[in-house]
Write a new protein. Sequence first.
Length: 214
Amino acid sequence: MDKQTALDLLDEKQDFLFSVSDSIWDHPETDYTETVSSGILMDALKKEGFTVTSGLAGIPTAFSGSYGSGSPVIGILGEFDALSGLSQKACATEKEALEPGGNGHGCGHNLLGTGSLAAAIAVKEYLKGSKKPGTIIYFGCPAEEGGSAKAFMARDGVFKGVDIALSWHPNQLNSVWAFSTLANVRIHYFFKGVSAHAGTSPHLGRSALDALEL
């Protein structure tokens, strides 16, 4: 199977893939609550012949779908979480909330998870047709927007044994990124101060804000 054949195959499955994307769009769920969205993707993987494992790293909405055996082991990351306050009607070119204050899919995560699904299906069909060794694993990664689920998945060895893990992100052009980007680290600090009158005896106080700023 060459690249064009794989693209033709995905064209044949476009209605199925569009329905997956639209269904995730219709169920915008924020980090760690993506029960419906993860279920949609797991059902799609099962329909395509993947072996699905749910509850990875103790996270109910983290899952994987694998096909094939042997090396290389290729991982493809899919995201599907939404953001609070970004409710939006489909096909609208201006901000128009479907539910005022409700959740919505920022950064096209309904597309991101589905596009990764399409890639996994294409590789599966290649392995199936060529009879060559190799394993393709779709990793369903929840809570990308602020929940850092991939860090917990990595900590628990979910990606152990994978030769390479690939991801993609919706953009206005097709390109390969060859640079790194910033990530966040979520840490909670607690500072306790000592109250004092700021005008007459500030020297008796201790500012928790000063400690935080330092």
